[in-house]
Design a binder for this molecule. Structure first.
Ligand code: NDP
Ligand code: 2IT
Length: 449
């Protein structure tokens, strides 16, 4: 295992996020390797940490004033042992190969946990959609797809949304793919419901996170009812995490964007959440504006001189980081412990640094790791692929029932795998082990490829 990590570090010394994801994974799967030497003998780990394929490409596009910009596009096709590559596209200025590789690596095991036949991949670009017009975003998406189209397909690689990519972008990407291939297929998920999309896909990640958290609470004889919750982010995952918390009787105290956070002591209820959705999804405005409508709420701008986020200092029972990677550092984790938070469930991918996760374990804070807790989004993407293949669509209730059942199964799988390999109650070990065993066994069956 040290050798595997040493090779990763030596091969790509600058890829910090990827190192972090691989290190966290390797630390937890050791008990499996000790019991099953075949994984070592057939270099399963060595193969898992090397993407099957990485595509990087130029994305030139013209803004509304006629200026030409050049971005870099990525698709990392990580592992296809159990199904076609599947995973989102991220458009954010912080995107680089390390970020896309860490996300693709996590996606492999997350997708394995969904019970569906989905391999793992991730892509995106260092494009910043913020303050861009619809026509600029459309031109960017068309240029991006004019290269990506030759690498993807409904049985090869099926991208979806992630940060900066939602319904609008998926529409522009799908339109260009269809034109270039002259084929109407389920090549992307997160499509509009009238053209091949699935009901509940927009809600799926956030709802799934809260279903997973509810399962964790059930095991200790509790429910979401009356739980005070801190949520970060105000995008797709954060919005539907908040919605499901409210539906299950919990209280939402905070939400944020990259400029700052709002604290509403009276609770962000359904009506306020609808206003916030309008603000973020339609106006594409900043969360600060929430306080214009609800002046009793407090807005706290990001303070670049602080090495912690005061959002995590409010008294609460549960925390749902749903913005981005490494948003909860060791100091934030210490604050969460101090204010009495008993459950942290990851909506975002890798939002907690390793020291934060250790602090939660030392202080008996229940910890739901991203690859299990936020797998509901890709799971419903898998259900969208199934509906596309049948050319049928299921009702909201049908999809939601399947989502709930998948999240319950993922939870049980984590609990069982953790206990079987000697780490009872450790959801992170359970998720990594169960995902690894499923993908690893498929790789063993399929030979050295
Ligand atoms: P959105 O683009 O809809 O929302 C992202 C939110 O996070 C925004 O509020 C954004 O603020 C904030 N944010 C983004 N980057 C940063 C940053 N560097 N620092 C602080 N805040 C930031 O994305 P999603 O809700 O889809 O994704 C959120 C997280 O959930 C990501 O980690 C993603 O990988 C993960 N995820 C998403 C799934 C999905 O189905 N969409 C599925 C599983 C996981 P601002 O508006 O200021 O940019
Ligand atoms: O991180 C993720 O799981 C996603 N962004 C969703 C991927 C998908 O294919 O739906």
């Amino acid at each position: 295992m040290e050798q595997v990590l040493a090779t990763v570090l030596q091969r790509d010394p600058e890829q910090q996020e990827f190192h972090q994801a691989v290190t966290e994974f390797l630390e937890t799967v050791k008990p499996v390797l000790d019991r099953h030497p075949e994984y070592r003998n057939f270099a399963v780990l060595e193969r898992l940490v090397e993407p099957e394929r990485m595509i990087m490409f130029r994305v030139p596009w013209m803004d509304d004033r006629g200026r030409v910009h050049v971005n870099r596009g990525y698709r990392v096709e990580m592992n296809s042992a159990i199904g076609p590559y599947k995973g989102g596209l991220r458009f954010h200025p912080s995107v680089n190969l390390s970020v896309i590789k860490f996300l693709a690596f996590e996606q492999v095991f997350k997708n394995a946990l969904t019970t569906l036949s989905l391999g793992g991949g991730k892509g995106g670009a260092d494009f910043d959609p913020r303050d861009r017009s619809d026509t600029e975003v459309m031109r960017f998406c068309q240029s991006f797809m004019s290269e990506l189209f030759r690498h993807i397909g409904e049985d090869t690689d099926v991208p979806a949304g992630d940060i900066g990519v939602s319904g609008r972008e998926i529409g522009f990407l799908f339109g260009m793919y269809k034109k270039l291939q002259n084929k109407f297929t389920g090549v992307l998920t997160g499509k509009g419901v009238s053209w091949g999309g699935s009901l509940i896909r927009p809600e799926a990640t956030g709802y799934g996170v809260v279903y997973f958290a509810s399962e964790m609470l059930t095991l200790i004889g509790q429910t979401m009812e009356c739980k005070h919750c801190l949520i970060s982010g105000s995008g797709n995952v954060a919005q539907y995490t908040a919605e499901k918390v409210l539906q299950l009787g919990g209280r939402v105290l905070t939400m944020s964007d990259s400029s700052g956070y709002i604290f509403d002591e009276e609770g962000i209820d359904i009506a306020k959440l609808e206003h916030l959705k309008e603000l973020k999804n339609v106006e594409r405005g900043r969360i600060e504006k929430y306080c214009q409508r609800y002046p009793h709420a407090e807005y706290v701008p990001v303070d670049p001189d602080l090495d912690y986020n005061p959002l995590w200092q409010h008294e609460a029972d549960c925390a749902f980081p749903a913005a981005t990677q490494n948003e909860i550092n060791a100091k934030d984790a210490q604050h969460l412990v101090e204010v009495g938070v008993k459950l942290v469930c990851e909506g975002a991918n890798m939002p907690c640094v390793p020291e934060a996760i250790s602090l939660f374990a030392e202080n008996d804070v229940l910890f739901g790791p991203a690859k299990a807790a936020n797998a509901g989004g890709v799971a419903v993407s898998g259900l969208e692929m199934a509906q596309d293949a049948m050319r049928l669509s299921w009702t909201r209730d049908e999809v939601d029932t399947r989502l709930r059942s998948i999240m319950e199964k993922i939870h049980q799988t984590c609990v069982d795998a953790a206990a079987y390999y000697g780490h009872p109650g450790d959801y992170l070990a359970g998720a990594n082990i169960a995902g690894f065993v499923k993908v690893g066994n498929a790789m063993l069956d399929q030979g050295v490829v």
